[in-house]
Design a binder for this molecule. Structure first.
Ligand code: ATP
Length: 355
């Protein structure tokens, strides 16, 4: 069986700027893929190349095993939802959604029925007679979705479709969209620069940086086992410490020797050890850390609380560490106090790039 979408060696430049560099990615039927990366990394350009709004300078894009390079955008078996919804203001909601089927030759009645069915899917069955201006941002976004799914494309491309919504609504829509996608079984490729959004929604996340794919994987892999410092740093908060191999199965971290979590031999030279803040615990100096934990001594620099959790920044001999604790700041601690940071050695993740 061919992949639903296969992108092979796609490159695109704008003048001297390389916007896409040797992109390779396969997407399967019914998958939810997030394209994630900082502004300017090439997410939209890749989406536009898949949609057929721009042609790559090199490489091949195939859908169901068929090269779509020669197909104009409107002939490709996919649809796109844009950030700004792009609804027709003079048409009712139902007419907006029925527009696609009508253009494809459906009778007025059939197109209307299909529009109502699509509106039903997005929870707007009773709003077909309204005009877009009479609807909230979230509702307009759902109309745009209904319009995109009414022709049952195999693949739906979504370019930051939730970015105009406020945070609460955006979070609700993330789940709604995920459930809708599961119900429809249509593959989604969703552009976002919000790592939380990607983690919540996607089956697989494609992390992009400077026109290249840095890593493709499930949210858990990307978060716990990043391949590069860029990925570790871009997804959530990461403590990145320089370290080096110190004899068989050991790692030198500051003046400490720590057992290496993985069995494979370590490369020579400097490595990066990643520790997520929630995998660290903090104790006042002198209180022994539980057996089996590695301990690093340091000084508390400051505590920063967002209500639900507090991040404690500690200066240690191995480098600055962020430690996450549930709830409000620890009132028993003052900035400048001597503290000990503990962690289980298997929480260390090694990255073979020390840049
Ligand atoms: P954002 O999250 O800000 O939308 P992005 O990851 O989607 O960013 P792209 O829009 O794909 O980034 O742009 C990638 C790079 O290519 C950027 O440096 C951008 O300036 C450049 N670029 C994109 N389109 C064009 C164009 N039509 N002409 C010239 N440069 C372009």
């Amino acid at each position: 069986m061919p992949h639903l979408l296969s992108i092979d060696g796609v490159r695109r430049t704008f003048g001297k700027h390389v916007a896409l560099d040797d992109i390779r990615l396969d997407v399967e039927q019914g998958e939810f893929i997030a394209l994630l990366g900082p502004s300017g990394c090439g997410k939209t350009t890749l989406l536009r190349a898949i949609a057929g709004f721009l042609s790559p300078d090199a490489g091949r894009i195939a859908i169901d095993g068929q090269d779509v390079g020669a197909l104009p955008a409107h002939r490709r078996p996919l649809n796109t939802v844009f950030q700004n919804y792009a609804l027709f203001p003079h048409m009712t909601v139902a007419q907006n959604v029925a527009y696609g089927p009508r253009r494809q030759g459906a009778s007025r009645r059939e197109a209307h029925e299909r529009a109502l069915e699509a509106l039903d899917m997005v929870g707007l069955r009773d709003m077909g007679e309204r005009h877009p201006r009479q609807m909230s941002g979230g509702q307009q976004q759902r109309v745009a979705l209904a319009r995109a799914i009414v022709n049952r494309p195999k693949l739906l491309l979504l370019d930051e479709p939730l970015s105009a919504l406020d945070l609460k609504l955006r979070k609700r829509m993330q789940l709604e969209l995920k459930h809708l996608q599961e119900k429809l079984g249509i593959a989604f490729i969703f552009v976002t620069h919000d790592q939380e959004e990607a983690m919540v929604m996607a089956d697989r996340i494609v992390v992009m940086n400077g026109g290249r794919i840095e890593q493709v994987g499930k949210g858990e892999d990307i978060y716990l086992r990043p391949h590069t410092r860029f990925v570790a740093d871009f997804i959530g908060e990461a403590n990145l410490l320089a370290c080096r191999a110190a004899g068989t199965g050991m790692l030198a971290l500051g003046s400490q020797e720590v057992p290496v979590p993985c069995a494979q031999p370590l490369p020579a030279g400097t490595l990066t050890a990643m520790l997520r803040p929630e995998h660290l615990c903090l104790l006042p100096a002198g209180v022994p850390v539980p057996a089996g934990l590695v301990s690093l001594t340091g000084t508390l620099r400051e505590q920063v609380s967002v209500g639900s959790h507090t991040t404690l920044y500690v200066r240690t001999e191995a480098g600055e560490l962020a430690v996450r604790q549930m709830g409000m700041p620890d009132v028993a601690l003052r900035d400048g106090d001597a503290v000990t940071v503990g962690f289980a050695p298997d929480r260390l993740h090694l990255i073979a790039d020390a840049s």
